[in-house]
Ligand binder design. Sequence first.
Ligand code: NDP
Length: 468
Amino acid sequence: MMDLDEFQNERLTDFSAADRKQEMQQAIQGVRRQLGNEYEIVIGGERFRSNEKFNSINPSLSGEIVGVFQKGSQALADKAVASANEAFEKWSRISATERVKYLIAVSRIMKERRLELASWMVIEVGKSWVEADADVAEASDFCEFYARQMLRLSAPQPSVRVEFEKNAMSYIPLGVVIVVTPWNFPLAILSGMTFAAIVSGNTAIMKPSSDSPAVAAQLMNIFEEAELPPGVVNLLTGSGSEIGDTLVDNPRTRLVAFTGSKEVGLRINERAAKHRNGQIWIKKVIAEMGGKNAIVVDEGADLAAAATGVAAAAFGYQGQKCSACSRVIVVKSVYDEFVQKLQEETRTLIYEGSVEQPEVNFGPVINERAQESIMAYIEIGRREGKLLMGGEKGSSEGYFVQPTIFSDVSPQALIAKEEIFGPVLVVIRADHFDSAIDIANQTDYGLTGSVYTRDRKRVERAIQEFHV
Ligand code: NDP
């Protein structure tokens, strides 16, 4: 059996080192020289163009076209499923060890092209250098981790021993997996869900977000460079609302791996549950969706540490993470002091501007629609709370929104309930720790959460009672 070293997370790049900084600047220039290129749909190793195109736009400079992409049609969506289904016949019979070797090759290429991949994200989705670098690290971690998991899962599995019977248990691949992804972790999420599908013997169709197709095209290149057999991974760009249903409904689709909004995730879940003509199985859905994550700050907590943690969690990548903190719930005895520290920390930690500059850690939101939607929530916030900072659009060159904090917000307010998916943080007052946890749980979502306290018993209680 193949042996790999113990899994370890990739270290992040230290951009304070002068040579790393210079390499990143060169990588950004290298990507800049490729802006405006046209990319094709890839099905079964063949390239396809369609009559309708769409542009990917740099959110920091809204006039700048990152690339021109094909709008996939329903016919191409069905062709992609047919091709992935055909490739499955061979791929599913290749040994797990062979599949793992491909993944390790992909990981090696990703590491070699690390700063180039990060640069694509700086330009296409407005990530700071550090956030973009972490995205690539996470992507190659998925590769390395799933490779090792596959070796574990392909080994003989425990089964019940019964006299006069020979029993064995092994995991089998399913078939065609549709991978539908968001733009906010354009490499890590697309990679993670695709690697998991193919290393376990399935074939995949990547349907990336229409806001980050250039990063997806880079990943497709990497699969080709690693000489993955044609059809094992296919790339279908285009509007999710136009081709999503076709991919999900196709009777040959066996699993949909989705990350994105609750609305789209629930739609996929519902459609995939319907049996279609010619379908001989039940489809599976993996859906990772939105959040309205809270951090609880208890009396006696280290308020300086809490303020730093909350500012980073709320405004890292402009608050556009499913795991971003969008509510901070503070026990009333430390409320005023914490709010003061939070504002100071946000002013010190956050450097707004063009993310192509190394020191900038706060860039634009993804597109005009997002900017308008966030500004609409800010207008609602002006009525529902007290605006402490921000509240305006930033530089007009791109889709900027200032880091915004509202205090004295009711747990029932709209801005405390709905996912805003931008740099807007609400501060809520709680009478004591119990009510803080209760408020934290008053949301339709249950993704991530944190607690700052020095009381061990309360940590234990949060582990039990905070539904995240
Ligand atoms: P969306 O749900 O709008 O889009 C996600 C993907 O679904 C895109 O590729 C989109 O395509 C596609 N899509 C749209 N309509 C359909 C449809 N009818 N059928 C199939 N696919 C469709 O999410 P965003 O891209 O805006 O991402 C932000 C959301 O993702 C937030 O809610 C965030 O919380 C969540 N998220 C969750 C994570 C988690 O791990 N839980 C991690 C990261 C983000 P197109 O772009 O062409 O419209």
